[in-house]
Design a protein around this ligand. Structure first.
Ligand SMILES: NC(=O)c1ccc[n+]([C@@H]2O[C@H](COP(=O)([O-])OP(=O)(O)OC[C@H]3O[C@@H](n4cnc5c(N)ncnc54)[C@H](O)[C@@H]3O)[C@@H](O)[C@H]2O)c1
Length: 433
């Protein structure tokens, strides 16, 4: 029996071993979703603390429940594992590794390259590979197909590749992984059939597209769409303020239009692992082929200028005061989550400290700043309690992330002055920014 038929039969019978490389915000929920559909999923991560934590049935991601992990590990449907030689026996390998930027703001493809090296190191013919990481169109060809070709392995014969972008929205209770339509692309018929057969049995709806590059570009377009619309509303916020118009009132009224409008909201700047980063993957790629994506660079310029505008407002307010202490509320890059990667709050906190401003932060989801690539000096800073006694101590409170658990009445009542970057508050002591 040839490897294609064998793999197809294995998927149909669910008698197949799935491996997910990278158990982070994307890989962990995806592993659990696939195992909940009756597949045996081996979760690989190089971070041994994550593997240990999973075996203690302890989730390290706020919106992924520990009980869900416990159930699936006990049923032996989810098997976290740190030994990569086990990849040899895996039939379908899904790559969910990070795609950050280098210091020079170029795509950092090391994680994808390293995981492809692992796949190759433990390669056996007849495997299916699926890349989920967000990346520029052409990555599958450049980093997987061409690379494995050099080792005399041909896609569609020795292995079967698909690209299927993760569209996870952490903290969004309305959509579980399984409900989000799954775009999937491949470069030949066998890879296409196997990919669609497998993901068709996991997700409620799959969206096949014509090739790998279309699937890669789809995800990146979705994130560019957000980055540009957020830049637009961030720019209008400052323009309308000069005209004494409240952007939040305008968005609310515009949102009543039943067609042709979608609300986006201003904030303290862009954060997270996707929106500030992914657009640069495409502009970098387009530059290589001689095209300048002007919209992307303009949006980046506008969005990245917002945190400094907030810092200037804080410093302006501080000017006249001898004793000055401020509290930043919300470290996560968006509400109700515990992820502070690329969060503008970290940038603001770090810059204020450098400017010798006395500053504390509060975030119930981030009690302690542990890891962060850009601001090592912030490591070990601890979240302050949000109560009336504490609030009274600060000359200024700055609302950066509007988690739902925050008691906004308390905040308004006991803060001397508040800068609100999220349009949550009104009143005499509130400066909207
Ligand atoms: N976080 C999101 O909301 C989100 C949404 C959609 C898409 N994405 C994309 O998905 C990809 C993964 O993002 P994430 O947020 O899950 O990242 P993450 O940092 O949360 O998780 C990545 C995991 O991969 C592990 N890892 C890295 N290299 C490895 C290797 N060689 N072998 C084994 N494990 C390895 C890390 O230890 C980490 O646990 C990125 O491309 C991202 O842009 C993220």
């Amino acid at each position: 029996m040839n490897s294609y038929i064998k793999l197809k039969k294995k998927i149909q019978s669910k008698n197949i071993k799935i491996g997910v490389i990278g158990l982070g915000y994307v890989g962990l929920p995806l592993s659990l979703t696939i195992s909940e559909r009756g597949y045996k999923v081996y979760g690989f991560d190089k971070d041994i603390n994550k593997i240990n934590s999973l075996y203690k049935f302890k989730s390290y991601i706020k919106h992924v429940s520990s009980l869900r992990i416990k159930k699936l590990i006990k049923k032996k449907l989810f098997i976290p594992i740190g030994q990569f030689n086990f990849l040899k026996s895996i039939d379908i390998i899904i790559l969910c590794v990070p795609t950050p930027l280098t210091k020079n703001k170029k795509p950092d493809l090391t994680y994808i390259k390293n995981s492809v090296d692992l796949v190759f190191k433990y390669f056996k013919p007849g495997k299916k590979i699926i890349l989920e990481s967000t990346t520029y169109p052409g990555t599958c060809k450049d980093l997987i197909i061409d690379k494995l070709k050099k080792q005399k392995l041909t896609e569609g014969i020795d292995y079967y590749l698909s690209y299927s972008p993760e569209r996870e929205d952490p903290g969004n209770k309305k959509f579980q992984t399984i409900d989000i339509p799954k775009v999937i692309g491949a470069s030949n018929n066998k890879s296409k059939i196997l990919g669609e057969l497998f993901y068709g049995s996991v997700f409620k709806k799959i969206i096949p597209v014509k090739n790998l590059e279309t699937a890669e570009a789809t995800k990146i377009y979705e994130n560019i769409f957000r980055a540009i619309n957020i830049a637009l509303v961030n720019e209008l916020k400052f323009g309308l303020k000069k005209l004494n118009i409240d952007i939040w009132d305008v968005i609310k009224a515009s949102s009543t239009k039943p067609f042709g409008f979608m609300p986006f909201y201003p904030g303290p700047g862009l954060g997270g692992h996707c929106i500030p980063i992914d657009p640069i993957y495409l502009s970098w790629k387009c530059k290589k082929v001689g095209y300048d994506c002007k919209f992307i660079s303009l949006a980046e310029k506008i969005n990245s200028s917002v945190p400094d505008k907030i810092i200037n407002e804080i410093l302006n307010f501080k000017k006249s005061k001898k004793k000055f202490k401020i509290l930043l509320i919300g470290l996560a890059y968006k509400k109700n989550i515990d992820d502070y990667r690329e969060s503008p709050s970290l940038y603001i906190l770090n810059k204020l400290i450098r400017k010798k401003v006395k500053v504390d932060f509060h975030d119930n989801f981030i009690k302690n700043i542990t890891e962060n690539r850009h601001y090592p000096k912030l490591t070990n800073m601890k979240s302050r309690k949000l109560d009336y006694k504490n609030l009274k101590k600060y000359n200024l409170v700055v609302l950066l992330t509007d988690h739902d658990y925050i008691n906004y009445n308390l905040l308004k009542k006991y803060s001397k002055k508040i800068i609100d970057t999220r349009g949550r508050l009104n009143g005499k002591n509130v400066i909207k920014m």
